[in-house]
Design a protein around this ligand. Structure first.
Ligand SMILES: [Zn+2]
Length: 528
């Protein structure tokens, strides 16, 4: 071979190498599924590549000359961003329940990130709580609100009065620390005593601190029914807090609770749309059930009776001089909620199965109001309260600013079946939402609203939180008689690139991370 020929061969070889370069090899390739990326209005037949804890690439594998060490066949399956649940009560499960860290009931809904600390109950020491959760390990990712009720409780107990200036300053200082430590924002539970004793000035002053950190004002509003200011009055208050403080407003588990406010979803929506038109950022979340879940004391006992301490409340419930007023108000509260037949006693600690307050009262040979008082005096009970209309539920659900949540509590199937139920009932059966809308409102909208950056989309450089589910079988199993049965249909669930569910079976690995608001400098540089 002459030197010229050798040069030519070398040149041709290098051209051939350019034409068929070595493929890029990633860790995992999910191929053959229909991919919904969290933003698009429809699905695409493309592949998703995962490398380490990030999404390496979403698109045509051949065109990109990409391959992987492991391929997952997703033929016939839906591939989507892992769902994000913005309202749970999982801090107790994670920290105190035996084997509660895995949160299997959320993973099997396709949820890769849960948020806790809502309703004003989030820990004051958010940084400490996030560190403790990370230390124990957990299945999905985890983020926290810090709570007004907790701040107020630490500074001024259960007192029924406005804070003194020095007390408000102390609450602000503790809130600043929590936000600096990664809290998603300030949550309130203005319906609940003692937070209900706070007026709008107190809340707006605290929400202004959240605004300093570009964090959310998140609220279980003062009223979802017609107890005091009314649903519309409470929505107006939440919007006014946004206006005064400059914070983005998020309304928790939006609903029209009870016969007196059925149909008011229309007015709620137009008020929120008007506020958005004037420049306020307003969002909400919703669980797809017609029954709420709470304690019988929260549902029926008037707030004035709850001040100071449980002992003080018990004394008021027993005091003969309060009797007529209590009976009148509890009777009225029962009427709003549809009567004693619409209150189901659940998650009972006495080992009995669920039964309605009517049935319970009959068994105790008491009238329902006295039965309710006795139950509270005996240590309270969890209830499912059937108090919503489907027309309101669907009207809220259609709004592009309403995201999916569970508000999961023990004894209510929403804890294990909210996302599958929303899909099965409101996408598949009733076509209230398209599949893409359901996915986008369960992932991207939530991540963007909560400032969980690098989450909520299938996008290069984002964290690999990915759900792969079977559209034929994704659905709830739990109902009110078996409220803990795990949902079906999730074939694979990736949390930070690791499989929490593989081939339909739960793994024991705890790959969730404690997430801080907006902590993703590395994502912004790499994502495209
Ligand atoms: Zn709530």
């Amino acid at each position: 071979m002459t030197w010229k020929l050798a040069t030519l061969v070398a040149a041709l070889t290098s051209i051939a190498a350019c034409q068929a370069p070595e493929p890029t090899v990633y860790d995992i390739q999910i191929s053959g599924g229909v991919v919904y990326d969290g933003v698009s209005e429809s699905g695409r037949a493309v592949d998703v590549f995962i490398d380490g804890d990030k999404i390496a690439f979403v698109g045509d594998a051949e065109a990109a000359n990409a391959t992987a060490r492991e391929t997952i066949d997703a033929t016939g399956l839906i591939v989507a961003p892992g769902f994000i649940d913005p309202h749970t009560h999982t801090l107790t499960d994670v920290m105190f329940e035996q084997d509660g860290q895995q949160l299997a009931g959320y993973l099997t809904q396709g949820v890769s990130t849960v948020v806790a600390g809502n309703d004003g109950g989030g820990p004051v020491d958010t940084g400490g709580a996030l560190a403790a959760v990370q230390e124990r390990g957990l299945g999905p990712n985890f983020a926290l609100f810090t709570g007004h009720g907790s701040l107020r409780g630490e500074v001024m107990g259960r007192e029924n009065r406005a804070p003194r200036e020095i007390e408000l300053d102390e609450m602000k200082a503790k809130l600043r620390q929590a936000l600096a430590d990664g809290a998603l924002g300030l949550s309130t539970g203005l319906y609940y005593a003692p937070a209900s004793y706070a007026d709008i000035d107190e809340i707006a002053a605290l929400a202004a601190v959240a605004a300093e950190y570009d964090a959310l004002y998140e609220s279980h509003i003062r009223e979802e029914s017609s107890y005091s200011v009314g649903l519309l009055g409470a929505v107006d208050e939440a919007l006014e807090i946004g206006r005064r403080s400059g914070a983005a407003v998020h309304i928790a588990h939006i609903k029209a609770l009870g016969v007196d406010v059925w149909g008011q979803s229309e007015d709620v929506i137009s008020r929120i749309e008007a506020a958005q038109a004037e420049g306020l950022e307003v969002t909400a979340d919703q669980y797809p059930w017609s029954a709420s879940g709470t304690r019988i004391s929260n549902a029926l006992i008037p707030n004035w009776a709850k001040a100071d301490s449980d002992e003080a409340m018990y004394a008021r419930l027993r005091a003969p001089e309060n009797r007529d007023r209590l009976i009148a108000e509890i009777t009225e509260n029962l009427r709003k909620r549809g009567g004693p037949g619409a209150i189901l006693l659940v998650a009972r600690t006495d080992g009995l199965s669920s039964r309605t307050l009517s049935e319970e009262a009959a068994a105790l040979q008491l009238d329902p109001v006295q039965a309710a008082i006795d139950i509270v005096l005996g240590g309270d009970a969890r209830i499912a309260s059937f108090n919503m209309q489907d027309a309101d539920i669907e009207r809220f659900m259609r709004q592009p600013w309403v995201m999916t949540s569970s508000d999961g509590t023990n004894g209510h199937p929403r804890k294990v079946a909210s996302f599958p139920r929303k899909y099965r009932t409101y996408v598949e059966e009733k076509s209230v939402l398209s599949l893409a809308q359901f996915i986008n409102l369960s992932s991207r909208l939530t991540a963007d609203t909560l400032n969980l950056c690098g989450r909520g989309q299938l996008k290069r450089g984002y964290y690999a939180d990915v759900v792969v589910f079977d559209p034929q079988t994704f659905g709830p199993v739990a109902d009110f008689s078996t409220p803990s049965e795990l949902s079906t249909g999730v074939q694979h669930l990736f949390v930070n690139g690791h499989r929490a569910i593989a081939d339909g079976s739960l793994n024991q690995n705890l790959q969730g991370r404690a997430l801080k608001r907006g902590a993703c400098a590395d994502i912004k540089e790499t994502a495209s």
